[in-house]
Ligand binder design. Sequence first.
Ligand code: ADP
Ligand code: MG
Length: 242
Amino acid sequence: SANQPGSGVGRLGLAPADKPVLRLAGVERRYVQGERTLDVLRGAELEIRAGEIVALIAPSGAGKSTLLQLAGLLERPDGGEVFLSGRAAGKLDDAERTAIRRLEIGFVYQFHHLLPEFTALENVMLPQMIRGLDGKTASERAKELLSYMKLGERVGHRPSELSGGEQQRVAIARAVANAPRLLLADEPTGNLDPKTAHYVFDALSALVRASGLAALIATHNMDLAERMDRRITLEEGKVVEM
Ligand code: ADP
Ligand code: MG
């Protein structure tokens, strides 16, 4: 129904389900660094459909984080267009962009950015409360997600009382708390040892598979990338399939 998260909000209306969840068309992004201009993205093209997990693998400085920030509507491109479920982001005002970001996109970073004074449960409840859900509903969904991430016994712990892998699993649960269409992860296991990285990735992909969302995951971990549906890289500012 139109009240479900992920199906649009207010005058954004329902997003067509047949469109790719994310499409980049001729996306350009440049940074001015003192005297010189750095062209990071030079006409990037990309399509990701619901249910796909795509690995973004490229050396440091290639533009992975830049691409994720543009896809997540945290930045605006200097050229080209970002489409989310068929809607051109450039045509949306700030309020509409914020609504899409809150309701349709989940973010996971290398460092968890959990709120230290809140428990795991409260961290996963918070985005739902901001969206306007009542505490009981938010708490039930948070518990469900945390048990799915095998953190059922840890819901009352603060981030400082959790291991690195557990903190990342809470961050993943939080990222999908509002049932987004798109999950953007920027080196989500980059701070973890290989064994923990695998465990966290398994939990992440199970959750992505179960919820049918699209995921774009920047990683340096080739083992993990091998297990995703597709692998892309950045070459001279363009997306190249591997
Ligand atoms: P990656 O995530 O692949 O390491 P980034 O997207 O972070 O790459 O950065 C790509 C390039 O753009 C780097 O050379 C970086 O220094 C530069 N860059 C990124 N963000 C900014 C910014 N806000 N201002 C200036 N230069 C930036
Ligand atoms: Mg980066």
